[in-house]
Design a protein around this ligand. Sequence first.
Ligand code: AMP
Length: 421
Amino acid sequence: MHKAPRGTFDILPQEYAYWKYVEEKATSLCQLYGYQPLSTPIFEDAQLFTKTVAGGTDIVDKEMYIFEDKSGQELALRAEVTAPVCRAYIEHGLFNLVQPVKLYYIGPAFRYERPQSGRYRQHHQFGFEALGEADPTLDAEVIEMTQQFFYSLGLSQFSIQLNSIGCKLCRPGYLEVLRQYYSSYTDRLCADCKTRLVKNPLRLLDCKNASCQEIAKTAPKITDYLCHECQLHFQSVQKYLGAMNIPFQLNHRLVRGLDYYTRTVFEVEPRAKGGQSALGGGGRYDNLIEELGGKPTPAVGFAAGLERIILNLKQHKIDIPALPKPDAFIAHLGEEAKIEVMKIASELRKTGISVITATGDKSLKGQMRQANSSGIAYALILGEQEISKRNVMLRDMRSGEQKTIPLAEIASRLLNEVKQP
Ligand code: AMP
């Protein structure tokens, strides 16, 4: 018996209403803010991630799906989508367009994590990126867009955590101060944090281990060590958020799991925490495009996990529109009627009426049961008598009311009843 690989799952039809709902809200949001869609491959050169997300992060050190293809090239299933978007921006010369270039994507990402509620090995991300502009209004706009996305889904029980992690110039000085602070606590640090202290000290701040969290509480704050430009930028982001009435919480321990961030970082935290943490997160990554071989290009973006959003929609019992049902079901009595049913179904579909037909040789009762369980509003019944008179029986499945109508009128009658009820 084959099963879906651990940490992955099939999305069955009854679940699809949630996916469609979230995807539609995501696309109409992007339309509203002038973002255009982009799709990138699900695998890329492994170095695209190992160089940018960087060693010392869980994603690169523990979670990448890396493999060699038959030509010996080292590839990786994408662990996130920002680096691929930047790769595409450089590869297709999007820097020649008027800046900023605003792009969004929806698609799978792969991380070899320990599966649990809200944490999978294949998950799906919706993200948007504004490339080619350092203006703090864009940071504020991306945060506003994030807030509006969750509101449009009907989710309001979250807070936006905000921090600035400085730039190439000011961060090294802070990291030195942080190292010094932590070096007097090495005996109380978890094994991972002992490595972080050497390889990636910023990540010490968001360790989930209780003892490490105690130490992080009184750690020096990066915002006290920002250079003048970073300070001004961060103040401006907060000023614009204030002007737009977007509540946020400053959180000096927020550092994000990917190494390429600079200045603004933010995360969306659900108020009720379950087996999952951030609903989404983002920030500025002013060096990433240059690191990938492009010209120095500031950029800012956000990504959210669709699975976690759907878990939250269910938790908060948000009403989701059902997927559309077929408009009509066509039942038949006898072999001759079956041929006629195929012809009618084909004609109706050409007019835009969705139809399913009875198959096999179920009794009429069985066929009606099938129509009922599919939730279809109208059934057409075709027997020998109807065929000889060029009629068809139209049954309203909700009221049980039946009437005989000429075959030639069926499309217009259904269009009237079904499409403008
Ligand atoms: P990140 O690229 O780590 O900032 O992730 C962006 C968002 O994707 C997170 O805030 C989560 O909502 C979601 N996410 C990340 N990793 C997983 C995972 N393993 N399973 C489900 N969702 C995830």
